[in-house]
Design a binder for this molecule. Structure first.
Ligand code: SF4
Length: 299
């Protein structure tokens, strides 16, 4: 039989972990500063609900003042339950704005039947969100992408784009006007799935537009899930690897001056042996979670 006390303890631990990981990502990348007005993008999916929820918890404990404004774009997809988010946000007591723009009809009109609509749809959405952020006086835009989104993107870019490129935790918006932040960058998707159940978020299905799930992204997701099951810690280590890049041991001539490299005549005790493979630790040695706990745990 399931022990309700044990579940409660696990959920409390989960809440602490979510706060700790988000707090750490915010600190590592200096995502939020005093006086910021952060527009939190809400889609009605589990990730963006958790983003707002945990940001609000951190806001209460933070030593600095910053504002949060939740924003949802109602794209007029058929069957979109327009009342769900306003009801939820009113109860929550957070400032919010619902922007209604019928991008669905525009996309349907322009994209031939059967073709993927996502690229035009997200371009339109981006433009509208910038406009709303400007009107609301926000200087930061927070998005709900998490650790697994970042790693899936990394693999997709490697396999299909021939690029070593993930998804940044912080970047300047493409119009140069806003700082875009991803405070869930260290958070595992499975934790967000559980948190959505714990908090009973009123999830709005993301299939309303009728667009197919990106099949390749789903493959990457399955692959990461399988690795995590068979080799616990591997997925966290992949994320940590993105923070430990060694340009001299990659092959990008733009990042390291291979052509002009000169011998030094000095023995480098720290350096790799030139011809042998570097020995790998048998077990993961630097899990992100452990690092975060060591830095911030006070419990
Ligand atoms: S899945 Fe639908 S709503 Fe999302 S970007 Fe694609 S077309 Fe737009």
């Amino acid at each position: 039989m399931v022990n309700p006390l044990k579940i409660e303890r696990e959920d409390q631990k989960l809440e602490k972990r979510l706060c700790r990981e988000m707090g750490q990502a915010i600190a590592d990348y200096n995502m939020i500063e005093a006086g910021d007005r952060v527009m939190v993008c809400l889609s009605g999916g589990k990730d963006s609900y958790a983003l707002l929820d945990i940001l609000m918890k951190l806001q209460q404990r933070a030593p600095i003042d910053f504002e949060l404004i939740a924003v949802n774009l109602d794209q007029k997809q058929p069957g979109f339950p327009a009342e769900v988010l306003p009801n939820y946000l009113s109860k929550l007591g957070v400032k919010f704005h619902i922007e209604t723009q019928d991008t669905y009809s525009v996309v349907k009109k322009v994209i031939p039947e059967g073709k993927t609509m996502c690229s035009l749809c997200s371009r339109l959405r981006r433009g509208i969100l910038y406009k709303v952020a400007r009107e609301l006086g926000c200087n930061k835009i927070a998005l709900g992408h998490h650790r697994d989104d970042i790693l899936q993107t990394l693999l997709l870019n490697m396999f299909f784009g021939a690029k070593l490129k993930g998804m940044p935790a912080k970047l300047v918006s493409d119009n140069g006007e806003f700082m875009v932040i991803r405070p869930l960058a260290y958070v595992a998707e499975k934790d967000l799935i559980r948190w959505a159940q714990v908090r009973e978020f009123p999830i709005i299905p993301c299939t309303l537009c009728g667009s197919q799930d990106n099949l390749q992204r789903q493959h990457m997701k399955d692959m990461l899930k399988d690795w995590e099951k068979r080799f616990p810690g591997r997925v966290d280590n992949m994320l940590t690897a993105l923070q430990n890049v060694v340009p001299s041991h990659l092959m990008d001539r733009k990042l390291f001056p291979f052509e002009t490299l000169k011998t030094t005549g000095e023995d480098n005790a720290e350096g790799d042996t030139a011809f042998d493979e570097e020995p790998l630790p048998k077990t993961p040695t630097r899990l992100l979670g452990e690092q975060v706990i060591a830095l911030t745990s006070s419990d």
